[in-house]
Ligand binder design. Structure first.
Ligand SMILES: [Zn+2]
Length: 408
């Protein structure tokens, strides 16, 4: 049974986690309790080693106030992300600092071999840091994932991957609590907690990598949807007469505007003798890579620029429509858009700006993802902290350890 005093301690920790660097007066205001009461709670949490002072806030005249944050080493989590080519892993402390990271190539996409790889990497990461207070493991994966069930329903282009219960399998193998979610929603969560979306109530996270997906934050929560499949922007039909998509539809955004689609079309153009600097990039047009294409577009190659502009139009038209519907504060560019695909990012932004409803107050800010290529794996680990901070008993038992919290 949790006492009201313990509940207040937990509320203090929750607010400090969401607003690292907060000072006592603001904390008291957010909690709706007196500053003197807050001071007592802060003293107790500092004594328990759960929060700490983190510098002072400069003041106009009065005494500078102490900033507060969670003690980074008070909890950490492991994150793993499966991409089509590799398995990324991190150990993350609660402040969002990466303690260790690892990356390995995937041997094959058989479910059993994949689970073996996940188990092996998780075991190595935890073995290297036996002293950490590890709260659990978060796994990010493409496709539809039931976050509560932890079942990965499917993986794009891998027919043998169906209904793999990653949570149950890894919990029994590792004796750790496991969270599973879609990798782009995990990346969105990472930007919300530690990146460009910190403190932003409503934002969109646009990811272009092998596919195209959109994470949505509404009211400071990552939106998952009724079937936990929200974010599949890549399967927005943009051309009913377009190419067949692996989802079974035709002319999906991904099949006309994702880098793989652009490369497919570029290779065809090179084979047909179209004048382009891409012809000199590789002996075999099939080996062209996204980096070649975006670099050529940035350097003004006519074919590459036209292809990237066409993709930017298709994507920007849709994000502008979503902007009209949801009216977010910010659109964050992630995946390749935060790096080498600057030409595509510029095209999306200009098309979006041209098509969004011209409302004076519509001042959607465009930002680059701050966590770059680490966003998904950091977000996977962050799933563990989200669960910890959503359950009072769990948080008390895990964070307080053997320390007995003072009862009222
Ligand atoms: Zn599709």
């Amino acid at each position: 049974m949790i006492t009201s005093h313990q509940k207040r301690l937990i509320r203090v920790m929750r607010v400090i986690r969401k607003h690292p660097g907060i000072v006592r007066p603001e904390l008291a205001e957010r909690l709706g309790i007196k500053q003197s009461t807050v001071s007592g709670l802060i003293t107790e949490l500092v004594r328990l080693g759960l929060i700490q002072k983190a510098g002072k806030l400069a003041s106009n005249g009065g005494r500078p106030a102490n900033r507060l944050e969670l003690v980074p080493s008070s909890a950490c989590a492991m994150g793993l992300v499966l991409t089509t080519r590799s398995l990324e892993g991190v150990l993350l402390d609660i402040s969002g600092r990466i303690i260790e990271r690892t990356s390995s190539r995937l041997p094959q996409w058989q479910p059993e071999a994949m689970l073996d790889s996940l188990q092996k990497v998780a075991g190595q990461l935890s073995q290297n840091h036996p002293d950490l207070r590890l709260l659990g493991l978060g796994v990010g994966i493409a496709g539809v994932v039931g976050r509560q069930s932890g079942i990965s329903r499917e993986f794009p282009n891998v027919p043998e991957w169906r209904d793999v219960n990653i949570k149950a399998e890894l919990e029994s193998r590792l004796e750790l609590e496991v969270e599973v979610d879609n990798a782009v929603r995990a990346a969105t969560l990472a930007e919300l907690r530690y990146g460009a979306g910190r403190g932003v109530r409503d934002f969109l996270y646009l990811h272009v990598g092998r596919g195209i997906a959109l994470g949505t934050v509404i009211g400071s929560q990552v939106h998952s949807g009724a079937s936990r499949s929200a974010g599949e922007l890549g399967h927005f039909q943009v051309d009913p007469e377009g190419p067949v998509c692996y989802c079974g539809s035709t002319g999906c955004l991904e099949s006309v505007a994702a880098p793989t689609a652009l490369l497919r079309d570029a290779a065809k153009a090179v084979r047909h003798g179209v004048k382009t600097s891409l012809a000199a990039c590789s002996d075999d047009p099939a080996n062209l890579c996204a980096e070649d294409l975006f670099a050529a577009a940035a350097q003004g190659d006519r074919l590459a620029r036209n292809m990237v502009e066409r993709a930017g139009q298709a994507i920007g038209r849709i994000t502008a429509g979503i902007d009209n519907v949801l009216n977010p504060e910010m659109l964050i560019f992630g995946g390749l858009l935060a790096g080498e695909a600057s030409a595509l990012r510029e095209s999306i932004e200009s098309n979006h700006r041209a098509l969004v409803m011209p409302i004076a107050e519509n001042t959607t800010e465009f930002r680059l993802a701050e966590l770059g290529s680490s966003a998904s794996v950091v977000g996977a680990a962050t799933l563990v902290f989200e669960r910890a901070f959503s359950a009072d008993e769990w948080l008390l038992s895990r964070l307080a350890g053997q320390v007995t919290l003072k009862s009222e």
